[in-house]
Ligand binder design. Structure first.
Ligand code: P6P
Length: 325
């Protein structure tokens, strides 16, 4: 059996296999907390905390944040880390010996917790470049990532990652309590037949997005249209389906909230790691106008539009967005 530690390639100057194993251990602990939420009346519902995004936090958000922060801080591998849940990045006590700058969303899709729908954790790994631990080291384009991935806490607990040599999924065997390689070198089909987006936002979409969705709904059997519609509301679940079956996931810029003109998703710990995986699997990820992995972040929690999935579907979306705005 190929273990995660043995599967992850080593990188110059940092123990990447150990870091991903540490993240996997955090995921195992979070999966157990998710599975037990609600038993004995604990673990579900709001915690009363409001995060930097202005979102009401669920108790499991706090649990996942605490687990990620604890394991990464104590690993000796991390120089600086940014979390969706925390305003400013954190430098662990022994960050000076950490080789990596890590961004993470400890629990993505938490609005789905109480309804027992799949949720997950997302992570992005950069090699430290600064001579000393420095939060600014996190503000680098996604093409510089040395690894990225996500966990899905669903019917199965899975960890999907890439370290620059393809995309692979490990599944947690609950009997062995071990991660088992179940999907190696995953590839997104060049074109799919599913469009995944929150149609409730259509009154605020720009013309290019409206045109793409109309195009996807047009009857044209030769191109597999009309596309089906699937939307879970957890990025990890919607992307994992897209990775396996093809199609396109869209969270575009819109005019719904003047405070979020670039859409809802965050660059550092949602769009950038997902884009890295998509490209490693032969797919594509863009804002509609530029490659996600070329965006140079200016702020830790900046948002960006996301179109990700089959490269031919993303290309078609780019055409409409560049033509129509
Ligand atoms: P909406 C979850 O809150 C999340 O950040 C992503 O996981 C998901 O894709 C998106 O928001 C869903 O947002 O506005 O459709 O509920």
């Amino acid at each position: 059996m190929t273990t995660l530690l043995a599967h992850v390639p080593r990188v110059e100057g940092g123990n990447l296999p150990a870091l991903l194993r540490t993240i996997a251990d955090a995921g195992n602990r979070i999966a157990r907390a998710v599975a037990r939420a609600g038993i004995g009346g604990g673990g579900l519902g709001a915690s009363g905390r409001v995060n930097i995004q202005g979102e009401a936090c669920q108790k499991l958000d706090d649990t996942a944040q605490d687990i990620f922060a604890e394991v990464l801080s104590s690993s000796g591998l991390v120089a600086v880390m940014a979390s969706e849940e925390v305003e400013q990045p954190t430098i662990p006590p022994d960050g000076a010996r950490g080789a990596f700058a890590v961004s993470f969303d400890p629990l993505d899709g938490s609005s789905n917790i109480d309804t027992n729908i799949s949720i997950g954790s997302i992570f992005s790994v950069l090699r430290r470049r600064a001579p000393a631990p420095d939060p600014q080291d996190l503000l680098r384009p996604g093409r510089e990532q040395v690894a990225a991935g996500y966990l899905v806490y669903g019917p199965r607990t899975t960890l999907t990652y890439s370290a620059g040599k393809g995309v692979h999924t490990f599944t947690l065997d609950p009997d062995l309590d071990e991660w088992v390689l179940t999907h190696e070198d995953m590839k997104i089909p060049a074109r799919g037949n599913t469009c995944s987006t929150n149609g409730g936002n259509s009154p605020w979409w720009f013309p290019g997005m409206l045109k793409f969705v109309e195009w996807a709904k047009t009857v044209d059997p030769a191109s597999g249209r009309p596309y089906g519609s699937r939307y879970v509301g957890s990025l990890v679940a919607d992307f994992h389906r897209t990775l396996l079956k093809g199609g396109i996931f869209l969270y575009p810029a819109d005019t719904k909230d003047p405070k979020k003109p670039e859409g809802k998703l965050r660059l550092l710990y949602e769009c950038s790691p997902i884009a890295y995986l998509a490209e490693q699997a032969g797919g594509a990820a863009s804002t509609g106008k530029e490659r996600i992995l070329d965006i140079v972040p200016k702020a830790f929690h900046q948002r960006c539009p996301l179109a990700v999935g089959s490269r031919e579907d993303v290309a078609q979306y780019d055409v409409f967005t560049n033509q129509l705005g």
